[in-house]
Write a protein that binds this ligand. Structure first.
Ligand SMILES: C[S@@+](CC[C@H](N)C(=O)[O-])C[C@H]1O[C@@H](n2cnc3c(N)ncnc32)[C@H](O)[C@@H]1O
Length: 276
């Protein structure tokens, strides 16, 4: 694992996306400054909390489908976030104990907790790379990437709620092309992405909140999110709003089944596609 950065890298003077997301998920690994910014987002978009949960649930369903139905045994997860149970490797290894996962994030706090992500099964393996997705070659050339992943076999590239932190001026489509280009045929792209499509006013305000806190970000309409899947074969049902992608069966025996959220309440486009 890459050496932890000096403590000064942990900037608590301004909000950080990983720590704000931790707050949305009900975690404890954030500071006052993150809570305040996250609350400003929640004031504009009160369902941000269930949106974040829906994003985690999609990750779990997509991982189980790829491991259980498509034989995928390797993942490269970029923008991992602060560890949150169950983490991707726990979901994958519950289906296939030999599954291998390389995690990557650029946030020093995620690096600090990355040891939690190293609790792999004995048959499988996990690793962590501290890197920025804007420099995809720093991930593809990292020793951990080659030690853990066998590039003669399919790998799922997992980009969950990260690509909206890469603005058009940073060449997001070129970055995804570069990463998918390094993976063999039969590999997969799993992506979730915030969208302005259903509640443009609220999501423009959220964009402003992140911009003001020093985090550039760009939520995208469906057609722009669809561009990430160019040249790949989308699995059924194609792109969907997070909670509508192969939802788990409703538990009829539950005493008070929850109401299904609307698309606007989730505002996340997701999809899973296979490289031909
Ligand atoms: C909203 S969280 C998503 C966490 C997790 N993928 C999930 O969906 O539950 C976004 C994550 O992307 C990371 N991130 C943002 N920009 C990044 C970059 N340029 N390079 C690597 N990671 C980045 C943040 O640190 C944060 O952990």
């Amino acid at each position: 694992m890459t050496q932890p950065p000096a403590p000064r890298d942990l900037d608590t003077s301004r909000p950080h996306s990983a720590r704000m997301y931790d707050y949305y998920l009900g975690g404890k690994d954030h500071f006052e400054v993150d809570r305040e910014a996250a609350e400003r987002v929640a004031a504009e978009f009160p369902t941000i909390f269930i949106g974040a949960q829906a994003n985690r649930s999609f990750m779990q369903r997509a991982t189980r489908v790829l491991a259980g139905q498509h034989g995928i045994r390797q993942w490269l997860d970029i923008g991992t976030g602060i560890p949150t149970n169950p983490n991707l490797h726990q979901v994958a290894q519950a289906v296939a104990p030999e599954a291998r996962v390389v995690y990557t994030d650029n946030d020093p706090l995620v690096l600090k907790y990355a040891q939690t992500l190293m609790h792999s099964t004995r048959e499988g393996r996990t690793a962590y790379i501290h890197a920025d997705i804007n420099e995809p070659d720093s991930i593809l050339n990292a020793p951990e990437f080659h030690e853990v992943l066998d590039l003669t076999k399919p790998v799922a590239l997992s980009l969950m709620a990260i690509m909206h932190f890469v603005t058009d001026s940073q060449d997001p489509y070129g970055i995804v092309d570069r990463l998918m280009g390094a993976l063999p045929s039969g590999s997969a792209l799993v992506l979730s992405h915030g969208t302005t499509d259903f509640d443009p006013e609220a999501w423009e305000k959220i964009t402003e909140i992140y911009h003001r806190s020093g985090t550039p970000l760009q939520f995208r309409p469906k057609a722009d999110v669809a561009r990430f899947f160019t040249g790949l074969d989308l699995l059924e049902p194609g792109m969907a709003v997070g909670h509508r992608w192969r939802p788990d069966p409703v538990d009829d025996t539950a005493e008070a089944p929850g109401e299904e959220p609307t698309d606007a309440e989730i505002s996340l486009w997701v999809g899973v596609a296979i490289k031909p």
